[in-house]
Ligand binder design. Structure first.
Ligand code: GDP
Ligand code: MG
Length: 313
């Protein structure tokens, strides 16, 4: 009973925009337990207000710097911000994570910017388990804009980036990021292209290449081509303009979170997390060994795993 009263009080404070309550709630959501799920369920009716903006791109493209600068622009305009940074688990980018922390310290005195980083699911980056829940929490807490930084531009991440209302793809010149290397999926997933590090040679050429590629699309594709903007994130150059473009796209296409097709994607993702999360790794590995040794066929293994889940339900 006391726990229930505490939960009600926490929900009330989150709804009132209390940053400390939000921090407590974020820890509950990260723990991925029943308390976090209950909280999101109860807060859910309050969601659907925030603009969710995904920023994706290769490691080192300047996503964190961009997010930091976008937050500054938003704060100057009096908007409250939530930031979710999905930390890659790759050892190669540990330094970048440290860099993120240092840079983001600018906002630490400001309760109008709430930052949370989450470990990514796989070595390839992508979205972290619980990212959607964290975004919903920030939305329920009244954050005007939720910025979500995710690493990688593979197919998986593209799908996930679609979960945001607007997806900004950060590219940089001279990193093999020429249009040949930009997979078709990314061209489609990007709502806005941010060519970062425009202080380096090749930015203009990269922009021309993207525009040339866009010009090959159908008439409808051409009419809806993602805007391309050159920015220098480290200097804050072009960021206000970038934000106004993001805002315009958001106003044009509306909230993804208000569409059933978006929720179909999200529900699949949540179901997958829930089911896989409930399967003990050892059990999966045990069956994997048997299948590898031809002692069991893969269908038998999947059926055994399914029955194990059903047994838990
Ligand atoms: N020259 C230049 N360097 C930048 C720019 N934006 C970011 N960087 C640098 O690129 C590196 C990676 O930036 P970071 O934001 O951590 O990239 P992330 O891995 O995509 O989050 C850092 O050393 C930044 O200082 C830019 O506009 N110009
Ligand atoms: Mg980063």
């Amino acid at each position: 009973m006391a726990a229930r009263l505490q939960a009600i009080e926490l929900e009330r404070r989150i709804g009132a925009g209390d940053a400390r309550a939000l921090a407590r709630a974020a820890s509950l959501v990260e723990a991925q337990g029943e308390a976090g799920r209950q909280l999101i369920a109860n807060l859910f009716p309050r969601t659907g207000r925030a603009a969710m903006v995904g920023v994706t791109g290769a490691p080192g493209a300047g996503k964190s710097t961009l997010v930091d600068q976008l937050a500054k622009v938003l704060r100057r305009a009096g908007q409250t911000v939530g930031i979710i940074a999905v930390d890659p688990s790759s050892p190669f980018t540990q330094g970048a994570i440290l860099g993120d922390r240092i840079r983001m310290q600018d906002h630490h005195q400001d309760s109008g910017v709430f930052i949370r980083s989450m470990a990514s699911r796989g070595k390839l980056g992508g979205i972290a388990k619980g990212t959607l829940e964290m975004a919903l929490l920030m939305d329920a807490a009244g954050r005007d804009v939720v910025l979500i930084e995710t690493v990688g531009v593979g197919q998986d991440e593209v799908e996930v980036a679609r979960l945001a209302d607007v997806t900004v793809v950060a590219l940089t010149p001279g990193q093999g990021d020429d249009v040949q290397a930009i997979k078709a999926g990314i061209m489609e997933a990007a709502d806005v292209f941010a060519i970062n590090k425009a202080d380096m040679p090749g930015a203009e050429r990269l922009e021309q290449e993207i525009r040339a590629m866009q010009s090959l699309g159908s008439e409808e594709q051409r009419a809806n081509a993602a805007p391309v903007r050159r920015v220098v994130a480290t200097e804050g150059k072009g960021i206000e303009e970038l934000w106004s473009v993001i805002r315009a796209v958001f106003e044009k296409q509306g909230r993804r979170g208000a569409r059933a097709e978006t929720w179909a994607l999200r529900l699949r993702e949540m179901l997958r997390d829930r089911l896989l999360g409930a399967l003990p790794d050892e059990l999966v590995e045990e069956h994997a060994k048997r299948v590898a040794a031809r002692a069991e066929d893969p269908y038998e293994a999947v059926e055994a795993l399914r029955l194990s889940l059903a047994g838990q339900g």
